[in-house]
Design a binder for this molecule. Sequence first.
Ligand SMILES: Cc1cc2nc3c(=O)[nH]c(=O)nc-3n(C[C@H](O)[C@H](O)[C@H](O)COP(=O)(O)OP(=O)(O)OC[C@H]3O[C@@H](n4cnc5c(N)ncnc54)[C@H](O)[C@@H]3O)c2cc1C
Length: 383
Amino acid sequence: MPDIIVIGGGMTGLATACALAGAGLAVSVLEARQLGAMASTWTLGGVRQSGRDPAELPLARAAVARWSQWHLELGAETGYRRKGNLRLARNPAEAAAIRAMVKTQRALGLNLEFLADIKDIRAIAPAIGEGVLAASFCPDDGHADPDMTIAALAGLARRKGVTLQEGMPALRLITTAGRVTGVETPGGRLLADRVIVACGLHAAGLLEPLGIRLPMAAKRVCVMQTTPQPPAFGQVFGVANADCAGRQEIDGRFRITTGIGDWPGELATWSEAGLRPSFAEIAGLIARTVPILPLLAASGLERVWGGLIDLTPDALPVLDAPADWPGLVIGAGFSGHGFGIGPVSGTILKALALGEATEFELSPFRLDRFEPHAAFAPLTLHG
Ligand SMILES: Cc1cc2nc3c(=O)[nH]c(=O)nc-3n(C[C@H](O)[C@H](O)[C@H](O)COP(=O)(O)OP(=O)(O)OC[C@H]3O[C@@H](n4cnc5c(N)ncnc54)[C@H](O)[C@@H]3O)c2cc1C
């Protein structure tokens, strides 16, 4: 019998499993599909502090510090590159919004500059198009490779003795005398001292039978990936209204995302095919990004896909061990930020599972912060 079951083999679940196994616990990860099957490989892969909610900023900062050494801990490359993050303005209103954002974020202690001229922007990123008016630049932000990171986490987990079961969905949480004591799977009942629910959008459905409401909306983002291009752009870019973002991957491909949109589908029956972007969505994304990175016009288009975001009402995650359900820990609702803060989410969820203190103020991430009928905050997405 494992000490702890982790439901979900994405960034959050795997980072948590590695942290727990590192503390000597026997851990079993249940993954319904394959490791990294959902948001953790759909992602842009941005690792960013700039523009984060003040409540999440300490986590993002700690994560940025961790990413530069994480490959040493994991024993394999993550593709992490700290080349900075540019938020671009394409008109005077966007420039004013970015200037104001820089002021607010600098007051929080972030290393963020306002670049008021295309010449200053091109001194940092020569590939940016002429029409861009201004930008913020955070040199400490960066990006990592989602596939390499998931593979690195899985490799460490295996070496530490974690049982990784793919194609093994958690069907139901088992409770005994007011405690969560295990998980029902198609392979039978698996019992453990504690269960960590880290299965992204699907977390709400598992928690509901316990009377736990985790409000999350499923939002859709489209992604395109080009053929490999010579190295030309090291940063992650976003734009003031978040209608596109992108980066060049370490193999030369550009990975570019749309902004966030509604998704009319059903979570119980989603499929890769059903999420796939339309011709018009990709045409619109190309039209928005070529002026930003003109070299994209000559690139081949290799792959497109759609991804879902687990958006909470305040766009902050739930990292909590609810007092009325001993044995249960929840890490979900990352609202488009869970890749970058993954190393730290894993440490926090491990601490919550073991009843340890952490250096972070976790009250903004408690489940009971949500009003019964809280409306969803507008979400911006950008690296
Ligand atoms: C297009 C896009 C761009 C993004 N860009 C960024 C970015 O630039 N920077 C950033 O920080 N974040 C970004 N994000 C968000 C980030 O990718 C996610 O927040 C993060 O990957 C969440 O990881 P997770 O492990 O919590 O969830 P997921 O990766 O979704 O993992 C959940 C796992 O649980 C499994 N599962 C579901 N139900 C069950 C069940 N019943 N039993 C067992 N397993 C189950 C799923 O198959 C899945 O593998 C982006 C997301 C998208 C979609």
